[in-house]
Design a binder for this molecule. Structure first.
Ligand SMILES: C[S@@+](CC[C@H](N)C(=O)[O-])C[C@H]1O[C@@H](n2cnc3c(N)ncnc32)[C@H](O)[C@@H]1O
Length: 252
C-alpha cells in the first residue's frame, strides 16, 4: 500500500457532516475553526454533467482515463474473482460517465462479463451506451443514484466507481450502498481524487472532496471489508498522480 504525506495543507478529518464538505480546519488553542463548503445538490450535479457530457469523451481522452484505470484494476483482485465466477459474472459501474472504467476493466479480462452502469446524468448515459457498445461490451445502463441503487442485496461480483464518491457529502453512505449490492467474495473498487494541485482545481470547480489514502482505507475498513489495497493513479496530461484507487473484498 502506498502512503502519501498530508503536508498540513489539506483537511485532516474524514467527512463528518451530511450536508457540508470540510475544506480546511485549524486548531487555535481550545478553538477549532472549520471551513465547510456546501456540495452541489444531486439535481445540480446531474445538470452540470448533462452540460459537459458532449465534451466528456475529449476530457477522458486527455487524462487517458482508460489507461490510468487499467493499472490499479490489474493490481486489485478483480480479474481473479471474475475469472473464478466465469462468463455469468456481473459488474456494476456506479457513476459510469462515458464508460471509461468498465472499458478499462473489460480490456484486462480474458472472458466477457456483463456490465451494468448507473448514472444520475441522462446525457452521460447516452455517451456510456454508445461508447460501451462500440467497445464491444455487454452493457446495460440506467439512470439511478449511487445512494439508492435499484438492485437487490448481493447482486454483483464487482461493484466499482471512479471519480464519483468525492462528489458526495457523505461518501461512506454511497460505499455502504455499493457493499449492500456486492456478493460475498466480491470486490469493491473505488477511484477518487487525492490531495494534489490538480485535485485542488477539481475541488474548486466541482466542490468535491480530495480524499487521502488514510481516509479511503478507513472507509473500506468501516464497511467490514477485507484485503484492503490502494494504489496511486497516474492521470495523463498535466494532472499527474491526481487520484488513488482503493479496493477490498467482501468476506464470504
Ligand atoms: C467525474 S465523472 C466520472 C465518470 C466515469 N466514472 C469516469 O471515470 O470517467 C462522475 C460521474 O458520476 C456521476 N454522478 C455524480 N453523482 C452521482 C450519484 N449520486 N449517483 C450516480 N452517479 C453520479 C456524474 O453524472 C458523472 O457521470
Amino acid at each position: 500500500m502506498t502512503q502519501f504525506e498530508n503536508k498540513g495543507l489539506l483537511p485532516p478529518h474524514a467527512p463528518v457532516m451530511e450536508e457540508a464538505i470540510l475544506m480546511a480546519s485549524r486548531r487555535i488553542g481550545s478553538w477549532e475553526i472549520l471551513l465547510n463548503r456546501r456540495p452541489l445538490s444531486s439535481a445540480d450535479l446531474a445538470n452540470r454533467y448533462d452540460a459537459v457530457s458532449g465534451r466528456w469523451e475529449r476530457m477522458a481522452g486527455r487524462f487517458q482515463l482508460e489507461a490510468a484505470y487499467q493499472e490499479p484494476l490489474l493490481s486489485s483482485q478483480i480479474a481473479t474473482v471474475l475469472g473464478q465466477v466465469g462468463p455469468q459474472a456481473l459488474v456494476l459501474d456506479c457513476g459510469v460517465g462515458s464508460g471509461s472504467l468498465s472499458i478499462a476493466l473489460d480490456s484486462i479480462l480474458m472472458d466477457r462479463v456483463t456490465f451494468h452502469g448507473i448514472d444520475t446524468s441522462a446525457k452521460m448515459l447516452v455517451q456510456a451506451r454508445s461508447k460501451m457498445h462500440a467497445a464491444g461490451l455487454r452493457a446495460h445502463c440506467r439512470q439511478a443514484d449511487v445512494l439508492s441503487l435499484p438492485y437487490d442485496d448481493q447482486s454483483f461480483d464487482v461493484v466499482m466507481a471512479a471519480h464519483v464518491l468525492e462528489h458526495l457529502p457523505d461518501p461512506k453512505r454511497a460505499l455502504r450502498e455499493m457493499v449492500r449490492v456486492l456478493k460475498p467474495g466480491g470486490v469493491v473498487f473505488v477511484c477518487v481524487t487525492r490531495p494534489s494541485l490538480f485535485g485542488a482545481l477539481i475541488q474548486l470547480k466541482w466542490r468535491t472532496w480530495a480524499v487521502t489514502e488514510k481516509q479511503g482505507v478507513s472507509w473500506l475498513r468501516d464497511c467490514q471489508l477485507a484485503d484492503v489495497g490502494c494504489q496511486p493513479v497516474h492521470l495523463g496530461s498535466c494532472a499527474g498522480v491526481a487520484s488513488t484507487a482503493f479496493w477490498a473484498l467482501r468476506p464470504k
